[in-house]
Ligand binder design. Sequence first.
Ligand code: SAH
Ligand code: SF4
Ligand code: F3S
Length: 471
Amino acid sequence: MPPEEMLHQQRQMATVRAYWESMQKKPLAMVVTYGCQQNENDSERLRGMLYEMGYGFTEDKEKADLILFNTCAVREGAELRVLGNVGALKHLKARRPGVIIGICGCMMQQEHMVRQIKSKYKHVSVVFGTHTLYQFPDILFRALVQNLRVFDVTDSEGEIAEDIPVYREGDVKAWVSVMYGCNNFCTYCIVPYVRGRERSRRPEKILEELRELASRGVKEITLLGQNVNSYGRDADFSMDFADLLREVNRVDGIRRIRFMTSHPKDMTDRLIDAMAECEKVTRQLHLPVQAGSSRILKEMNRRYTKEQYLALVDKVRAKLGNISMTSDIIVGFPGETEEDFLETLDVLEKVRFDSVYSFLYSKRSGTPAAQMPDSATEEEKHARFDRLLEVQNRISREINEEYGGKTYELLVEGQSKTDPGMLTGRTSGGKIVNFPDNGQIKPGDFVNVKITKVSTWSLAGETVSGQIGNG
Ligand code: SAH
Ligand code: SF4
Ligand code: F3S
């Protein structure tokens, strides 16, 4: 990104700030985020820019001067939710014409969506995509000060806009993008079309950000990318993800390192070794399998077979011990038969994931799978989905049972959202544990907690001192 471009955005931030100051008003923004952590991370950047432009934040749309939807295109359900919520703001805009309503993110990288917003959602005056996120100050300036309707969804591939201000909630853990985009083109997936090709951030920029976070007291970081295992492959520096992990492991003050997502086809021995050798890398791996049938995996263009996936899991466990494993699974991919589905259940039984994120296949126009013939009915797909949940819930529960009576080191994250009066923390393996607040423990502390209560979804315990488990 040319420095003069970033300078221009900085100037626009100052102009917007001055505009609000001249109005003697402290504006409020509401940023609504859909989709993955990459989007959450983008929203932190949007808030960072808004903060520089003088905005405070609200979750109340009646108080907001700007309502911005950062959208996800991965499944139809996510898109329909956004359209519904945006549509519902028509009356609010009629009542308070000064409110700016904007949509950004992955949905806006699709031409047909932009066209639809332009013609049918006239109360929306700001639209930009993932590639023009850094131009947000300029876009907002034109909408706010010049009173224009601004649509800016041009591609700007191959560039990474560094040094965008970031506004982060909470100070115990943070997400840090290490790369953007995806080159894999799984046949069901829209992400490569809306996020563009893989671009790796320079390691020194990542480390700079991490040191800054550590100096502010952040203890745990999650390195983000659609496929972190291919970090550096596109770059002019000679560093892969294993090298990056080793560097990150050396950052003082950072105590735990997580990362996502790993593509099984790119999970190298070098990376597994680095995970084993870096003491800060947590005992957890998110390794999406998507389906159990090798035939379906081929149709999905995942580039591994069921056997290769299972062998990889064995290798990971041989080197890293019994770490927590999680996965993503799609049910009802075009052409999936009962036999194919049973292969997926077989993978669940063989691997015994701690938990899985399961999705009903959703047709995405423009992807190869959208053209593939389908035979299973919606009822059959829903029934498979329920069977999958049943199997996985049993396994999750059985795995959680094994935690009972053992003691784990937790990083304390804050008050429990589900259990008032309790604190909540996470094990290295990523399990959430609630425990009573004794008044002396604060977010960012590490405490030892003995598990006293187990359910399918959560664990509860009591603080103890002394020996800890390995979870
Ligand atoms: N890059 C990551 C995550 C991509 S999106 C990865 O490769 O794992 C998160 C998940 O959404 C995917 O893992 C997949 O399980 C699911 N997903 C993607 N496209 C989908 C579609 N068209 N229908 C249903 N689920 C989908
Ligand atoms: Fe989508 Fe596949 Fe890329 Fe993940 S690896 S973002 S599922 S194309
Ligand atoms: Fe959705 Fe975009 Fe993430 S499509 S899953 S928000 S990369």
